[in-house]
Design a protein around this ligand. Structure first.
Ligand code: SAM
Length: 246
């Protein structure tokens, strides 16, 4: 996979992409991440990448020319997705990350200031992604979030291949609790089933815990979660018991 990131602060990406899973994925040749400084594509004397907004108002707007030049130069004839990070885009979900992990290549444009000239959004960009309903100072942190969520899904990126499939949201449920050694800490014991060595019981317990946790924290997810009829009946019983007068 190849990811190109366009930003006026490409130095922000150095450390996050040099650590942990992203570093390993890069070293294994699973992903080639290239950052590009939009300023390098500005042709005026001062290499301006922003200007005052037409119509007045506060803040600056990122100019279209350097962004178009940067993307078109790097993209060449490849019609790959060009994604603008924007608080107005569709909100990133595990399903979107999964969809992006299937792409051979995509590009990320990081806005700054008041955002980018509307012609970038209308004529260059193929999709807009938000990482949540809040406003960041720039698209760089959002791009890092997108890259991390996507790269860890690439086959071979995680040490333990199975773990992404069990993650929260991958199955439509939240993941249940985790424990590690020691079996007892300050008198708090690990659930007996986990040290039983009985794999079928462990799997059943994990599934039950995932459903319970989803019910407690994100009941909205259960509406579309792939539950069996038996599991759905159990959830309904739990809900009924909660509503029953005490
Ligand atoms: N004035 C814009 C608005 O109200 O929609 C917000 C601009 S924001 C200060 C500057 C840049 O940060 C945006 O162009 C975008 O690239 C990025 N950004 C801010 N919040 C974001 C979010 N929730 N998700 C993705 N990118 C975001």
């Amino acid at each position: 996979m190849r990811i190109d990131i366009f930003s006026i602060f490409p130095e922000m990406f150095v450390s996050p992409f040099e650590a942990s899973i992203i570093r390993r994925a890069r070293e294994r040749g699973l992903v080639d991440i290239q950052t590009h400084n939009i300023r390098d594509y500005a042709t005026d004397k001062h290499q301006m990448t922003d200007d005052t907004p037409y119509g007045g108002g506060g803040g600056m707007v990122m100019k279209p020319e350097p962004i178009f030049a940067a993307v078109e130069t790097v993209r060449g004839d490849d019609p790959c997705p060009v994604i603008l990070l924007s608080p107005q885009g569709r909100v990133l979900t595990q399903a979107i990350a999964q969809e992006m992990a299937g792409q051979e290549r995509f590009m990320l444009i990081c806005g700054r200031y008041e955002g980018v000239d509307e012609r970038v959004r209308e004529r260059l960009v193929t999709d807009e992604i938000s990482i949540g309903d809040y406003v960041l100072s720039g698209g760089e942190l959002a791009a890092m979030v997108v890259v991390d969520a996507v790269v860890r899904l690439l086959p071979g990126a995680l040490g333990y291949e199975h773990s992404a499939a069990q993650d929260s949201h991958a199955t439509g449920l939240l993941e249940g609790p985790h424990y590690t050694r020691p079996p007892e800490f300050r008198g708090w014991a690990v659930p007996e089933v986990l040290i039983s060595g009985h794999h079928a019981r462990v799997d059943a317990w994990r599934r039950e815990q995932a459903i319970l946790r989803t019910l407690q924290r994100r009941p909205d997810l259960l509406e579309t979660a792939p539950l069996t009829d038996k599991e759905r009946k159990w959830v309904q019983e739990l809900l009924d018991a909660e509503q029953a007068p005490k």
